[in-house]
Design a protein around this ligand. Sequence first.
Ligand code: GH3
Ligand code: MG
Ligand code: MG
Ligand code: MG
Length: 297
Amino acid sequence: MKQQQKILIVDDVIINLHLLDGLLKTDYTVLMAKNGQQALQLAREHQPDLVLLDVVMPEMDGFAVLQALRHDARTKNIPVIFITGQDRPEDEAQGLLRGAVDYITKPLNEVIVKARVATHLKLERQRRMLESLANIDGLTELPNRRQLDQVYHREWERARRNQLPLSVAIIDVDCFKQYNDHCGHAMGDRVLQQLAQTIAANLGRPGDLAARYGGEEFVLILPATQSQGAWQLLESMRRTVENMALPHPASLVSQVVTISAGVASLQSATDTPAALLQLADQRLYHAKRSGRNCVIG
Ligand code: GH3
Ligand code: MG
Ligand code: MG
Ligand code: MG
């Protein structure tokens, strides 16, 4: 069954909540909040696709709720429609200028509410699809370089702030030029897809990330992982790839497709994200010079 889109309704008057709930609950999953604090909590927890937000509420008004949603990375992109009794044109202009996608005045016209909600939910579906396409590599379906950069910087800051370990690794396919030359580019693409699947399936923890870094190179981000653990994970991946036994008739190393990797871990306060990745790259280079099909950490 297709998953229903989620709408969060926020109003301090219970009757208004029930009115909107009655209008929308057959088509959508509806969440309800009767004040701003509750709304922010539900939005962070459930990531609704749309928020219908009352403006005049005691304690925290709709404008303040909208501002708080925009300041939290988890909720900053969720579209908000104001639904309010404030029906002067300057009120509506204010609401839109502050970042609402639409402004609907009470008393509500049911058909119009439903139509506008449907329109904004459709736009939100499209926005989420584009966002995910912008972050995914088309060939391997792994996160791309762009998403890698985002995650890496976020994890870097988190590790720094909390003095936690962080490891990164660069994986590079051995003798891949020869593979393409011998087996053809289409077969080469297929190998990259199979390797990507294997790498992703062998990640150790939920916070780990594997991304396609460049042509036949992959980068792993391993939060809360010490160098020893990271090396072991990569060594185990290297063996798994060798055991896949994908024939490589032109390899200088083996009869099958193999990978090499360089691993580096956060050490000192003078490290930077770029320097850590560069260290992993230097170690990858050593792995290549030491005969390939090996991991250096
Ligand atoms: P080494 O063991 O030192 O890494 O040798 P190599 O041949 O793998 O290294 P090199 O960097 O010289 O060549 C990488 C090759 O990867 C060149 C390029 O044709 C191939 N390649 C890069 N991206 C793709 C891709 O998307 N599909 C295919 N089929 N091949 C790719
Ligand atoms: Mg109100
Ligand atoms: Mg390479
Ligand atoms: Mg290579």
